[in-house]
Design a protein around this ligand. Structure first.
Ligand SMILES: NC(=O)c1ccc[n+]([C@@H]2O[C@H](COP(=O)([O-])OP(=O)(O)OC[C@H]3O[C@@H](n4cnc5c(N)ncnc54)[C@H](O)[C@@H]3O)[C@@H](O)[C@H]2O)c1
Length: 256
C-alpha cells in the first residue's frame, strides 16, 4: 500500500522548518502540488513558498484564492514561549493564543467555506501532547494546544456531513528549531527520554508520516481524532519533580 496525493493541492502552514517542512516534502514526494505558507521563505525544489503572516486572516484567504481548490491543509504553524505561570505576560499569552489557536480557527473557517462548496477535503491540525498535559512553564502554549481540541471536535462534527475530515496529530518532543535548546541540554533530555518507552526524541519525518496518513484516503473513516506521535510518552507518567528543588521522603516528593 502506498499513500499518494497525485493531482492534489496540499497546503502546509509553518512549513519553513521542522515538522511542516518534513510534511511538505513527503506530500510532494507522494505526488502532491505542495505549498508552504510561512512568515519565512523556503527554497525547496517542487514546493511553492508563500510568505504570509498567518495571523492575518485576509492574507491567508488571498493565498487560498490564488491556489484554487485545496484538497489537503495541514495547519501546523506554532510558537512556544516558555514562562512560569506567574511570570507569563499578557504579551506572551496573547501572542501564543493568536498564532496557535485563533489563527488556526480562522484558517479552518476559510477552508470550510471553500471545501464545503465542493463537498470534500482533509485537514490535519498539529496539536501536541501538551493539548492534554500540564507541562510546567508552558501555560500559554498548553492552553493554546488544549483549545485546538475544541476546534478539532466541533469542526469534525460540523464538516463530516460534507465529506470533510478534520484530524490532529499530537507530537511529543521532536527535534526542530523549536526544541533545539532542549536537545542541546543533556541534563534535560537524559531524564526526559529516560521516561519515554522508546528512549529518545522524535524526528520531524516521524510526525510527517502520521500527518500524511491522516490527510490521505487511507484514513477515510477517521475524523475528529488525535494521534499521538510521542515515543510512548502519553502511555507513561510525565515527570515534574526532577526539575524542582525537592526530595523524595516517606513515599512522596516534597519541596525543600
Ligand atoms: N517540536 C516539538 O517537539 C513539537 C511538539 C509538539 C507540537 N509541536 C508543534 O508542531 C508545530 C511545528 O513546530 P516545529 O517544532 O516544526 O517548529 P518550527 O519552529 O520549525 O516550525 C514552526 C513554524 O511556524 C512558523 N510560524 C510561526 N508563527 C507564524 C506566523 N505568525 N506566520 C507564519 N508562520 C509562522 C515559523 O516561522 C516556523 O517555520 C507547531 O505547531 C508546534 O507547536 C512541536
Amino acid at each position: 500500500m502506498e499513500i499518494r496525493f497525485d493531482q492534489m493541492n496540499c497546503v502546509v502552514t509553518g512549513g519553513a522548518g521542522g515538522i511542516g517542512l518534513a510534511t511538505a516534502r513527503l506530500l510532494r514526494d507522494s505526488g502532491a502540488s505542495a505549498w508552504i505558507l510561512d512568515r519565512e521563505a523556503v527554497s525547496e525544489p517542487g514546493i511553492e513558498s508563500c510568505i504570509v503572516d498567518l495571523t492575518d486572516d485576509r492574507a491567508f484567504a488571498n493565498v487560498l484564492d490564488a491556489i484554487g481548490q485545496v484538497d489537503v491543509a495541514v495547519l501546523n504553524a506554532g510558537i512556544c514561549r516558555p514562562q512560569q505561570l506567574e511570570e507569563t505576560t499578557r504579551e506572551n499569552w496573547q501572542a501564543t493564543l493568536e498564532v496557535n489557536l485563533s489563527a488556526v480557527f480562522f484558517q479552518l473557517k476559510e477552508l470550510a467555506i471553500r471545501m464545503k462548496q465542493r463537498r470534500g477535503g482533509s485537514i490535519v491540525i498539529t496539536a501536541s501532547t501538551n493539548s492534554f498535559d500540564g507541562e510546567a512553564g508552558l501555560i500559554s502554549y498548553n492552553a493554546s494546544k488544549a483549545g485546538l481540541m475544541g476546534i478539532l471536535h466541533t469542526a469534525a462534527n460540523e464538516l463530516g456531513p460534507y465529506g470533510i475530515r478534520v484530524n490532529a496529530v499530537c507530537p511529543g518532543l521532536i527535534r526542530t528549531r523549536l526544541t533545539e535548546g532542549a536537545f542541546g541540554d543533556e541534563s534535560m533530555i537524559k531524564p526526559y527520554f529516560g521516561a519515554l518507552p522508546l528512549g529518545r526524541g522524535g524526528k520531524p519525518v516521524e510526525v510527517a508520516q502520521t500527518i500524511a496518513f491522516l490527510a490521505s484516503d487511507m484514513a477515510s473513516y477517521m475524523t475528529g481524532t488525535s494521534v499521538f506521535v510521542d515515543g510512548g510518552q502519553m502511555a507513561t507518567k510525565f515527570g515534574t519533580w526532577g526539575s524542582l528543588d525537592a526530595r523524595f521522603e516517606s513515599g512522596e516528593w516534597k519541596l525543600n
